[in-house]
Write a protein that binds this ligand. Structure first.
Ligand SMILES: CC(C)(COP(=O)(O)OP(=O)(O)OC[C@H]1O[C@@H](n2cnc3c(N)ncnc32)[C@H](O)[C@@H]1OP(=O)(O)O)[C@@H](O)C(=O)NCCC(=O)NCCS
Length: 266
């Protein structure tokens, strides 16, 4: 298979899944960064919501509440009581804000580390994509082994009849992080926030599964943050099962999900 030409309907354009090509680099990195950090359904927002309900946040709420209650208490006009109230409010709110800032910084460091990491900086090398030998498709890449990387792009016919495309989704398959050669990791699944809910992730995963069937991969697995409830819900709908869930007592901050290819009904 040299190129994928799957389409799925969208409101204003069609969606095409194809292999990554060198010109996609910047678009894919930007897409990955914004899909993780921008929008109400982004993992960053899910992480903030998760942190707002954490025990650490609860302690801050209690401290601020105690400070306000102390300040408003009848007969609380003694300087020592007002100082105590101010201390509670300052410590509670400072700890709350600094934790949110730390969370944001750590998340963006993870995102920037991901897009600056070897696989996103050099997709062809890590995902084994090589120039096609088909002269009709010169300049495009195809997988030379079990690894592969795909993008989803919107295709719109412009007023002058030209084809206008935009990369709005991506997904990679990598066997390097798995033992043996019959299991592979699903990596870098991302869909632009403006194109979600149209079945693009489903189409990307379907393409990936077709590739696993053709290359003898039996199990696909992935890691995702436990706070990324949107992605976890999507993966479950796509047929992945949670193999290892978040467990603070075992110091796990990610979920590991797997799918047996032979059971996949996508
Ligand atoms: C997760 C993500 C890739 C889903 O992309 P998408 O194109 O909107 O997904 P699809 O439209 O193909 O939906 C596939 C299924 O998942 C479900 N789904 C998708 N997002 C969901 C959400 N936030 N909550 C619940 N279900 C969701 C859909 O309803 C659909 O199931 P259905 O066909 O049975 O109705 C996208 O939200 C995204 O890019 N998120 C940010 C990046 C990210 O978290 N990536 C994963 C890193 S591990």
């Amino acid at each position: 298979m040299e190129m994928s030409h799957k389409t799925t309907s969208a409101s204003t354009s069609s969606i095409r899944i194809r292999y990554y090509k060198p010109a996609d680099g910047e678009h894919v990195r930007e897409l990955f960064k914004t899909s993780l950090s921008v929008g109400a359904d982004s993992p960053l927002h899910h992480l903030f919501r998760h942190e707002l309900k954490s025990s650490r946040a609860f302690i801050s709420y209690v401290a601020v509440f105690l400070g306000i209650a102390t300040a408003l208490a009848p007969k609380a006009r003694q300087p020592i009581q007002l100082l105590t109230a101010a201390a509670f409010v300052i410590i509670g709110s400072t700890s709350f804000i600094s934790h949110l800032l730390y969370t944001y910084g750590a998340f963006m460091a993870f995102v920037n580390g991901s897009i600056g990491g070897p696989d996103m900086q050099d997709v062809p090398r890590i995902y084994g994509m090589v120039p096609t030998t088909d002269p009709a498709k010169s300049g495009t890449l195809v997988p030379c082994g079990k690894n592969a990387f795909w993008v989803a792009e919107t295709c719109v016919i412009g007023a002058s009849g030209d084809l206008q495309t935009e990369v709005v989704g991506c997904i990679g398959l990598d066997i390097n992080s798995s033992p043996g050669d019959t299991s592979a990791e699903l990596r870098r699944l991302a869909v632009s926030s403006s194109c979600r809910g149209q079945g693009i992730a489903r189409t990307l995963v379907r393409e990936l599964v077709a590739h696993t069937r053709a290359t003898g991969i039996e199990t696909v697995w992935l890691r995702t943050s436990s706070s990324n409830v949107g992605a976890l819900a999507a993966y479950r709908k796509l047929g992945f099962q949670v193999e290892r869930a978040y467990d603070p007592f075992k110091n796990l901050d990610t979920h590991v999900l797997t799918m047996e290819v032979e059971n996949c009904t996508l």
